[in-house]
Design a protein around this ligand. Sequence first.
Ligand SMILES: *Cc1c(COP(=O)(O)O)cnc(C)c1O
Length: 415
Amino acid sequence: MSNLRDVDPEVWALVQQEEVRQTSKIRLIPSENYVSRAVLEATGSVFTNKYSEGYAGNRYYEGQQNVDVLETLAQNRAKELFGARYVNVQPYSGSPANQAVCHALLEPGDTLMGLDLRHGGHLTHGWKVNFSARYYRSVPYHVNTANGLLDYDALEALAKEHRPKLIICGATAYSRIIDFPRIAEIARSVGAYSLADIAHISGLIIAGEHPSPVGITDVISTTTHKSLRGPRGAMIMTNSEELAKKIDRAVFPGLQGGPHNNTTAAIAVALKEAATPEFREYGRQIVRNAKTLADALVKKGYNLISGGTDNHLILIDLTNKGISGKIAARALDLGGIETNYNTIPDDPRRANDPSGLRIGTPAVTTRGMKEAEMRQIAEWMDLIIRNHDDETLLDSTRNEIASFCEAFPAPGITM
Ligand SMILES: *Cc1c(COP(=O)(O)O)cnc(C)c1O
């Protein structure tokens, strides 16, 4: 990046420091990943210079000879990979994608149901300060706090009582398989649309590690930057021509102007990478790693919500360890392991200092870490959590982890 260095040494230096930070620590934040050099290059390409409001063949600007081909390529790759008939690749990110789905299917004031944020749902599934509860009537559903599993019977009863127009499923902190057919059936029985938000698990779905909602729920939304390992962006899919038209109109001109064509280019690249046998194996290893890490933590006396994991994610209840999620996350970060604090279902503590810690394996699996490394990570996590006040120990662990990480190069970063 010699040009950046000359033009803006300040930003260049921050990029260098961020590369070091991302490679010298163990990244367990379940929504993060490392994209390939090819995805980075596409993101940084001249497609960032182009305006293309509208859709292929029907744009409001001239000069679309390459953008039309590019966007159609990204759509076709997504259709093939997910088996969906219609795909919109223009949403700027996961939250705008969900906003577009609501805009397409609902009128202001209509009722929607989503998993409560404090039980693992996303902000855009009806959290009180979000657009999804400000412009729509939000009725949250919950997990069963006794076992941490989605309570489908309670959801069905709530749906019968409130007759929503849309039921959203999908999560940011749920470690088990989501029963898409059951949710779709409940939605159908009350005349609601169903939306599966697979932001976290789309890579696992492609790899065959989680059942797909395509052809089951009416609409599917996903980010492209989590387990799918692409640029920061999103897609909306459906098999219904009627819904596809509504969704296209909701994205543009309903909510957005010009699509980010450089992101579209990088999405196309990521989808090509995700169509390989290597990516299938990647998905399998993500789950094997998560299960190994979960088992190792349980052996050390950690309580996991739902007792374990079927996917890439683990939600730890730290209550019995006498430490809050925030203090643990802070100490882990100082010790070389990035995680994030998170509420647990019915958390007695405040959301900005909750009882839980959320971790996941997509990023470490991208770096080639396997079961043995997961057991080592559990050792370090336990050591840091038990000694979270010991600055000398945090320093030495951080150094030890930095050397350990050298054996696992991060794609896209040449150190
Ligand atoms: C990450 C996430 C989103 C939002 O994506 P952003 O790109 O951060 O806006 C939406 N839904 C779910 C389930 C997510 O995990």
